[in-house]
Design a protein around this ligand. Structure first.
Ligand code: ATP
Length: 153
């Protein structure tokens, strides 16, 4: 089923803004972009990333929706505690949480990112994380625009 990405992202953000009482801003360079994806699963990935951005920061969260030739990029950017360089790969492992002491205050199982990675893989996309400890984190969700036979409807 085609998803109109700008309104899709804006709706999720509106729901989360109300739920968390935090400032989340969408910056989109397109409003006519539709892609084929599982709506429920894609929503789950975006919620996982924004939920983390909110848990591990205190300022606003920026969400960028960027259309390129062959792919779409959704970037979730926070200005929070960040992730130590050596741990960026491990956070995609199930039950992995950075620094038990700080994580205990926020709660969570360490399952969000592994689930997100799995869903992105099902969509022939990718999830990448860039982070600087003490400065913030950027989660990149890449989705191909081209539909192929194996693509999830
Ligand atoms: P949940 O199972 O509820 O998602 P979680 O947030 O601990 O719990 P993941 O989403 O898998 O689980 O994240 C794993 C770990 O990666 C987190 O515990 C946290 O230490 C770190 N992390 C993830 N996103 C961020 C972020 N935006 N800023 C800082 N640390 C992050």
């Amino acid at each position: 089923k085609p998803i109109q990405l700008t309104s899709f992202c804006q709706e999720i953000i509106n729901q989360l803004k109300v739920a968390y009482k935090r400032n989340i801003v969408l910056h989109a360079n397109t409003d006519s972009l539709s892609i084929s994806a599982d709506e429920f699963k894609l929503k789950q990935v975006i919620i996982i990333a924004i939920d983390n951005a909110i848990k591990y920061s205190k300022a606003k969260v920026d969400v960028y929706l960027e259309e390129y030739d062959k792919h779409v990029l959704i970037r979730i950017v926070d200005y929070g505690i960040g992730i130590p360089e050596g741990e960026i790969n491990q956070i995609f492992e199930r039950f992995y949480r950075v620094d038990k002491a700080r994580s205990r205050q926020t709660g969570g199982m360490g399952l969000g990112l592994p689930i997100a990675k799995n869903i992105m893989k099902q969509h022939h996309g990718e999830i990448k994380i860039n982070s600087v400890e003490g400065e913030g984190t950027e989660v990149q969700l890449m989705l191909p625009k081209i539909k192929n036979k194996n693509m999830i409807e």
